[in-house]
Design a protein around this ligand. Structure first.
Ligand code: ARG
Length: 568
């Protein structure tokens, strides 16, 4: 069942119907009537028919006839199988001016969400496609926090496995590159892979090095540790630019010690078997290939480490939800992971979910760091900043020189980030330089611009905004439409968190901008409709409505990890 509405007016509509019919209000979703003249909120009476309370159109008429106004709802009318409610204008406007931007923290109170996001593999640069997990994950962190959840954001670094043996073997062969950077490391690795194509015995050397690493050989450990540190330092630079942070960096390597225990535990439950020399959990009954725990040569696998990490997360945090923000290509891995945990009797595994997303294609092909089909994230962010700086100069932006660069970064990077939440996450994305960093036609700068424009109106008005302003003079349909949209903000946040779809917030913000523009531009044709009218009472109310809009735009962008400058 969807979460109950956080908009008190929608909640009142549902509970009115629920009470009148003696049914659970939560079973009545509140939608919007097809046309605003029919009312503000529509409640379909279909669940009543299911509960054998009568035919919806008949019930709608009866409920409408019996309706008496409540503090939040001023009217109810029947429209076919729907009962349409009108929100009481004064209370609606007062609610919006004083607090619509504030998302209540009740939904998540006492609940914990673990979010595994970004989680890149070390020793290679963050590529543009890493923006997907990083920013979808970061938005989910912000959304859940706003709703009152305790959130633990984890960077599950890919810092273990045979690849790391290959890196050590490569360093042995060609010498450790100096200066040691993520670029020189990756170049070394790529060259080594090319050599392997000629000489397969090198692959064996890599495996042997990984064995040394697993066995705790100090030489192997020390070098691996340097590779790891260099990588993390570079990742952090980019995370800082994106203003993303983690509660915990806990990579795959940290589960090395826990793995024998996990294998033991699954064995004790009678879940493991040997298949072609490897230790596996058979998942025939679940219709999946077996989950590999240990290869014939004794090496553990990605899945083994994820099992250990999942158990560790539950033991550490007793999460209600544990989300893995990872591309859809790993769908089977997570299905297997959850299935093994369920088979092992961990009831908490029902709270785990793979938040999958579509791939990034470059020139029509899947982006892959090591295939060479790659655009580095650092370069995209730098280029986007340069372009927005150039554009700001071209249009003569209203930004003091000392703030130019920071504003350009906020706008340029914002445009890049928004491209990532433009559509539902499962859609593949085609990387086009022109599209990703076009500032002019992009959605984020448009939202930022609307925000900055309202900020400028508020500055021009000079005085304080009064959220208690008398709203009785706000009578334009455009004002009402805006207020209704603002009142829905907490629901938009809740839905985005529940469904793990930050793009819902993006779409909402665009809609809000267009409602504000419609409203604002009324003043062009008719001065009496300007926000800054002469009439003081009206002006105070319009300013307060504008300020509430500004707050929701800024909060909504913040949740997506995008900044909202006051001047552009
Ligand atoms: N390092 C992996 C990769 O780059 C992603 C890890 C995702 N998290 C996890 N717990 N498996 O593909």
């Amino acid at each position: 069942m969807p979460s109950a509405s956080l908009n008190p007016f929608r909640a009142a509509a549902a509970s009115h119907v629920g009470q009148a019919l003696g049914l659970d209000p939560a079973s009545f979703p509140v939608t919007n009537p097809p046309d605003a003249t029919l009312g503000d909120y529509a409640v379909g009476l279909f669940p009543a028919a299911k509960a054998k309370k009568g035919a919806p159109p008949v019930l709608a008429k009866q409920l409408a006839a019996a309706f008496t106004p409540t503090p939040l709802l001023s009217a109810a009318t029947a429209s076919g199988p729907y009962l349409n409610f009108t929100a009481a204008r004064g209370p609606l406007l007062a609610h919006v001016l004083t607090g619509a931007a504030r998302v209540p923290t009740t939904p998540g109170a006492g609940k914990t969400v673990v979010i595994d996001f970004s989680s890149p593999n070390i020793a290679k640069q963050l590529a543009y496609h890493h923006i997907r997990s990083t920013m979808i994950g970061w938005a989910l962190v912000n959304l859940h926090r706003a709703l009152g959840y305790r959130v633990i954001g984890i960077n599950h670094l890919g810092d273990w496995g045979t690849t790391h043996g290959m890196l050590l073997a490569a360093a042995e062969r060609s010498g450790t590159p100096e200066p040691l950077t993520i670029e020189s490391l990756n170049a070394m690795y790529v060259a080594f892979r090319r050599e392997i194509e000629q000489d397969a015995s090198l692959e064996e050397a890599g495996r042997a090095w990984f064995k040394r690493l697993e066995d705790g050989d100090p030489v192997a450990r020390a070098l691996w540790n340097r590779f790891r540190e260099v990588s993390i330092a570079e990742f952090r630079e980019i995370y800082d630019q994106l203003k993303v942070s983690f509660d915990l960096y806990k990579g795959e390597s940290e589960f090395e010690a826990a793995m024998p225990g996990v294998i033991q535990l699954l064995g004790d439950k009678g879940l493991t078997s040997i298949s072609e020399g490897a230790l596996v959990v058979n998942l025939d009954a679940e219709g999946m290939p077996p989950c590999l725990l240990r290869k014939a040569d004794g090496a553990t696998l990605y899945a083994t480490r994820d099992l250990a990490a999942a158990i560790d997360r539950y033991q550490s945090y007793h999460f209600d939800r544990c989300l893995y923000v990872v591309d859809k290509g790993q769908g089977l891995h997570f299905k297997q992971l959850f299935a093994v945990l369920a088979k092992a009797g961990f009831a908490w595994s029902s709270g785990m979910a793979h938040v999958d997303f579509g791939q990034v294609r470059i020139g029509g092909k899947k982006a892959a760091t090591r295939g060479g089909n790659v655009v580095f994230l650092k370069d995209v962010l730098a280029e986007a900043t340069e372009r927005s700086l150039a554009l700001m100069k071209e249009i003569g932006a209203d930004v003091p020189p000392e703030a130019e660069r920071a504003t350009a970064a906020t706008i340029g990077i914002g445009a890049v980030l928004f491209a990532n939440v433009k559509a539902s996450r499962i859609k593949d994305i085609d990387f086009e330089w022109e599209e990703v960093i076009s500032i002019k036609g992009s959605a984020a700068p448009y939202i930022q611009y609307t925000h900055a424009r309202i900020a400028s109106i508020l500055r021009n008005a000079g005085g304080e905004v009064n959220p208690q302003a008398d709203t009785s003079a706000l009578e334009l349909p455009e004002e009402l439409a805006l207020a209704k949209a603002l009142a829905d903000f907490p629901d938009v946040v809740q839905r985005a968190a529940d469904e793990c779809e930050p793009h819902g917030v993006g779409g909402y913000l665009l809609e809000l901008c267009s409602l504000y523009s419609n409203y604002y531009s009324l003043g062009n044709a008719d001065p009496s409709r300007k926000v800054l009218v002469a009439d003081e009472r009206l002006r105070a109310a319009r300013l307060a409505l504008s300020a509430a809009t500004r707050e929701v735009l800024s909060e909504g962008l913040r949740l997506l990890g995008i900044g909202a400058p006051d001047r552009m």
